[in-house]
Design a protein around this ligand. Sequence first.
Ligand code: PMP
Length: 366
Amino acid sequence: MTGTAEPSLSELPLRPELKGEEPYGAPQLDVPVLLNVNENPYPPSREVIEDLSRAVGEAVATMNRYPERDALALRADLADYLGHGLTADNIWAANGSNEVMTHVLGAFGGPGRSALTFVPSYSMYPEYARNTHTAWLTVPRRADFTLDLDLALRSIAELRPDVILIASPNNPTGTATDLDQLRSLCAAAPGVIVIDEAYAEFARPGTRSALDLLPSFGNLAVSRTMSKAFAFAGGRLGYLAAAPAFIDALRIVRLPYHLSVVSQAAARAALAHAPELLQQVDALRRERDALQDWLLATGLQVAASDANFVLFGRFADRHRVWQQLLDRGVLIRETGPTGWLRVSVGTPEETAAFRTALTDILPDNE
Ligand code: PMP
């Protein structure tokens, strides 16, 4: 290494596997209609803002002290929200489910170990693996993005992954995986298995949560987030439910005091408003169903969604469609398999703006 005071990145002794890598993240652009990162489009109500402000105000009065390291009161509230007889001992919480997953890979992955998922899936998964020196394995989903159970079981038997990650509902496809299939995968997993239910609250009626499987499988963790259903993406609070020993494993690798007093207080105050916030989820579900119907009626393909977004296509040049929508003030996400695009469900006004913009450009992109 040279001795310059302002080295370029290539001059620094970066880990070889990080050379040429870009930091993860969708473009954050200042446009009128933001439908690109599956946020909840509804800002907090006045009541939520007032309660959060009060709770945060009380919390900052103790800011000279470190926060409660185990966040037990918050974990108890999260357990109450999930139900299923869970208690604080069954819950882990961190700064977004992204951090929760990093803890899972930190505890159960690592050098000489592997993690497996079924693709296409959430694009952060390979990054968790890379950052924790865990080998990354993928198995394809079917053409309709459902899981091919036979292939999944054969692959697990052959590859013996230490960690299996399954997003259900899946991002970017919106596909929920059937509980019987998940049960078979839990039984087959040689190591731990995480069902990532970041979008669980948006699933269509009748979809069963993997929380139902927790009493049967000590190697299972069900991950959730407050980012979507609780409209708390900026608050950064993700959590998971598992057997107490699983939680103890995650506690070994977390940084001490990882959840600030502000995060803990704000998340507890938001959780107290669960009924009100979940009503918005109902509205978003209806908006999603209407959006899917509309996309199908235009003659496009749509992946049946149990989440707060819809994957649609297919376009010969998806980047062009993405750009033309952006030119009309609508930002969506260029992600997923070739030819597909993903749009988050917004307010009725935002979704209408998306429909108008797409109608405008469709004749040009068939
Ligand atoms: N899992 C899935 C499947 C996701 O789509 C996302 C967010 N896009 C996350 C986890 C991370 O959520 P957060 O870190 O905001 O809790």
